[in-house]
Design a protein around this ligand. Sequence first.
Ligand SMILES: Cc1cc2nc3c(=O)[nH]c(=O)nc-3n(C[C@H](O)[C@H](O)[C@H](O)COP(=O)(O)O)c2cc1C
Length: 303
Amino acid sequence: MLKVKIKDIKFNSPIIAASGTYGYGDEFDSFVDLNKIGCIITKSITLEERKGNASPRIHESGSGMINSIGLANMGVKKFCKLKLDKLNKIKTKFIISIAGSKIQDYIDVVSEIEKCNGFHVGYEINISCPNVKKGGMEFGVNKEISEKLTSELRKLTSKLLIIKLSPNVTNIEEIGLFVQKGGADVISAVNTFSGLAIDYKTGKMMLSTTFGGVSGPPIKPLALAKVHKLYNNIKIPIFGMGGIINYKDIIEFLRVGSSMVQVGTINYRDPSSINSLYDNLKLYLDKNKITSVSKLIGDYNDS
Ligand SMILES: Cc1cc2nc3c(=O)[nH]c(=O)nc-3n(C[C@H](O)[C@H](O)[C@H](O)COP(=O)(O)O)c2cc1C
């Protein structure tokens, strides 16, 4: 009932743990039922190890959060050596997120991982990180570079190639079309929205970088709009996300056109909430005699 198929890959559930919010993905085995998670996406891996931005780099803001982690990660060599074997043993599917400052970085990281024996079902290419000085979002706001990067990476792998887009653009659907042309299998939408938090009493900026990425419930309507614009324009599946905290939010994302959904910020509150999302979504489908979650994809009514 909750199973979904993307290309030839079968997922147990349409719910994915979003990149950067579930560590490397191997840390949660003991206290979360991984069978109830469709897939885990690792934090973004770069060519070299990165310490990320100085703290403070996370701030609770309204009912969501704002972060400027800046892609802290161990780098691809250590990742392959220390994490890949562990990830190969987890009881669900996993996808490796990749980030870089230039096209060659992405190529080098994917090539390095392709040499190792990883059971990952795909790569999610982060071209949308708002929290780094070089690269990241620079790709995601330029349609030609986005297409070029996608087509270069397409040559390297037959695994799922997922491009994660930035919402900080005027026409996300235009970037989506170029990425589709470049050979992507899936589009993930969206990464965080550019934002800022300040203390009204002292005037102190709450993040060391001043600007950061906003996530969680406040961005849900904005994210739904981006996903729906993509759905109306592109043919490949969409992994929608932004502010999901309960099963109703998941259904909204499916109805506007997501084939699967990702959950991020909620994992910081409780990493096992992804399990209750599964249970409650299943209960809803049962009660309403919806035999397959796929029936909800794009099932909206605008009359
Ligand atoms: C603390 C934090 C770290 C994140 N790190 C990454 C990352 O490394 N790579 C990435 O593609 N997205 C990253 N994201 C973005 C999320 O994967 C997701 O796109 C975004 O938070 C929106 O979903 P949400 O509202 O459910 O959190 C991060 C988000 C948060 C809150």
